[in-house]
Design a protein around this ligand. Sequence first.
Ligand code: NAD
Length: 476
Amino acid sequence: MRANLIAGEWVEGAATVADVNPSDLSDVVEEFAVADEAQVDAAIEAATAAAPGWAATSPAERFAVLERVGLELETRATELGEQLSREEGKPKGEGVGEVLRASQLFKFFAGEALRVPGEHLRSVRPGVDVDIVREPLGVVGVITPWNFPIAIPAWKIAPALAYGCTVVFKPAEMVPASAWSLVEICARAGLPDGVLNLVIGPGRVVGERMLNDPRVRGVSFTGSQATGARVAQALAARFAKAQLEMGGKNPLVVLDDADLEIAVDCAAQGAFFQTGQRCTASSRLIASAGIHDRFVEELVERMRSLRVGHALADDTDVGPVVSADQLEQDLDYLTVGRGEGAELVHGGARLERETEGYFLEPALFVGTSNEMRVNREEIFGPIATVIRATDPDEALVLANDTEFGLSAGVCTTSLAHAARFRDGLQAGIVTVNLPTAGVDFHVPFGGTKASSSGSREQGRYAVEFFTTVKTAYVRP
Ligand code: NAD
């Protein structure tokens, strides 16, 4: 049994939660302690007590701690990547890749700790100087989803620590092993007690407690829209800061002049890799009339070659769906799509493998209209739809006709179309001849419309959320 970290102590809880392998339901990765409300309060108390000390540490000290974390993550990438794949179900290459991404994030923010931005100006009043400095926000809550069990915690915790905040971290209760390992590495890397606290448990208990505590000055949240709305309301009511990254219904537009091989590759990767369980997944494939049939034919061919299986098997392209609930939701959307008149041209079968797991064959609907529920609601599984567009104009309108705005892509060999879609797509991330999913670690990440709220995550833009600005007028 692995415990929670509160004020530098590993503490057990009254209950435990089992971390079950979705590729093999007989395999329990580990049992984890579940924090109760009193323990969340104690974690917030510890983070509050540690805040002034951590804010006062030198940039060099923060750099050293974060760099140590980054280096250990890199050294242990294979072991931790396999643990991640075991608990979440993405193929082990992607699990290892995600741990390496977490390592890069810690190293990047180690550097950022050394160059916290500020400004010095002359006042409009003679003899007065103006200093604009960034100060740590204080205690922040970090609430994360299950689909990137180590990268998302890393891209929130690393900047929080770099900019001098203390943290109460609540990971998704379905994937606590990666979160626990990350916190354990941070604790050994030299963080003072209370600077980073781990409280595993259900959102409605552990998460809610953090939302409502006035000592928590901001919450960085990634998850579903419904929970995001709840987080936003609770924080707005007490004037605390919220950073929300939520769902997507990301379009990938394939124009007549696209390189077909690139387009099929982008669609297959973007829609089905990581079992389609990515907020940036290409779930709406919009193909213009001249390429539509060839694109569908080639994509189905490619889908036939995808091997669905145990996340730790060497030849697996697509792992299992994460849980029974998520599988049920995916199967429901297959029924909904058929009921709306969409044609299922490939996949959608529940698959049996040597071990009992939540294996689902990647599925493709064609003949869909943008009004169908399968094109309006986030499915979050290995299911994509194709919408036929008459021309690039209609394709752009269809792409933007959604409440979401996280990521959007276009496949084209025309520079003019590429520029037009780059400018015209309403999304925080736009890709040209690349999948809508798969981003760099040193540049901002986030969406527009109902996908995101608050300032951007990652890159130098992360400073915005984790700091407040002080304007000092000084007459020497
Ligand atoms: P979720 O909203 O169910 O849970 C996210 C986190 O919020 C979990 O830790 C959960 O325990 C917690 N939570 C639940 N209720 C809460 C409450 N009342 N108060 C406080 N915390 C609460 O989301 P999920 O199912 O874990 O993740 C899938 C969703 O995440 C999808 O919608 C996906 O698009 C989104 N996602 C977005 C991004 C992005 O960067 N935009 C990245 C990954 C995933």
